[in-house]
Design a binder for this molecule. Sequence first.
Ligand code: AMP
Length: 138
Amino acid sequence: MTYDTQNIFAKILRGEIPCTKVYEDDHTIAFMDIMPQADGHTLVLPKAASVNLLDADASTFAALFASVQKIARAVKTGMGADGVIITQFNEAAAGQTVFHLHVHVIPRWEGVALRRHSGTMESPDVLKANAAKIIAAL
Ligand code: AMP
């Protein structure tokens, strides 16, 4: 698959559509997932264009995973989570639905089940409130 510059995350990166941003630096951006599998579910993206991990330039991973660690710590602390899972899907058959490389940071609490992937849209107010908690922990 070739990279489609009209994919939704490319549009967010260009500022053409909004996101609930929690973090940005020269190489990465993090924002709230609009269909969270748990409260505080955050996505971390490299700004460099690639469909997924498989076609990415390996030089993007140092900055990407530095941001993933930063966000994972802030999500765990800010959301008061017991743990955090990191997921990343490659190709439609593996569950990928947006074709710009991204890493999911999903908080977990003992005894709380994960919601369905790409399930229910969250309200903007809840996304903003959770983003504020994560930002406060950065
Ligand atoms: P994946 O299956 O790894 O490609 O996941 C894409 C994720 O992006 C899903 O969890 C969606 O809920 C999420 N998503 C889709 N559109 C948006 C958007 N406009 N802003 C934030 N998250 C989105």
